[in-house]
Design a protein around this ligand. Sequence first.
Ligand SMILES: C[S@@+](CC[C@H](N)C(=O)[O-])C[C@H]1O[C@@H](n2cnc3c(N)ncnc32)[C@H](O)[C@@H]1O
Length: 211
Amino acid sequence: MQPLLDPRLEDYAFRSTRAEPRELTDLEARTHAEMKDPEMLTGRVEGRFLKLLALLVRPRLVVEVGTFTGYSALSMAEALADDARLITCDIDPDAAEVARAAFARSPHGRKIELRLGPALDTLRGITEPVDLSFIDADKTGYPAYYEELLARTRKGGVIVLDNMLQSGRVLAPSDAAARAIHALNERLATDERVENVLLTIRDGVQLVVKR
Ligand SMILES: C[S@@+](CC[C@H](N)C(=O)[O-])C[C@H]1O[C@@H](n2cnc3c(N)ncnc32)[C@H](O)[C@@H]1O
């Protein structure tokens, strides 16, 4: 992923954001050592942002689409009450194995349930109200994930969508992912069911609150 910001400012934002706990630094290192496409991991700035949102929303149920090795799930789980839950899903069994090991080592891991399988199956199986969700998986799937989550989100609940600038490709979308994300950005800005803002954190983060 190409940084959108001057790399010196990315670094400044990193240094000016509270450091993540050691277990996440270790997980990031393991992901870089063992996984293909380690840059998919959200990292410090976005991870701390997700944790702060969870502190503000005080969710009973968080849903994540796209676990990868578990960095963002653990970031949000840090802020959850002991009896709150986070359901996360992924289709990659190798990434899920790394995530499960990280959850097992973490004091927050027992709040997390990892479901292996296509996101739509997981989302359609959720019957309780969702307070906070994070969409970070296959980009052409985002419109369907958004609709499934919005239908399950309580009034005032929050949906966060990652990679909404597609490294700048939304300006002239020429591939399926960039086209899908651009169309969704346009839709979010006029969707009467929600309030939204597209934040220029990392690769673009849509912050959506259900009315
Ligand atoms: C960008 S990574 C997620 C990064 C993760 N949130 C983090 O912070 O480390 C995207 C993940 O979505 C998963 N994925 C892709 N298509 C999927 C689908 N249809 N259902 C569930 N997960 C999917 C991929 O296997 C990959 O692990």
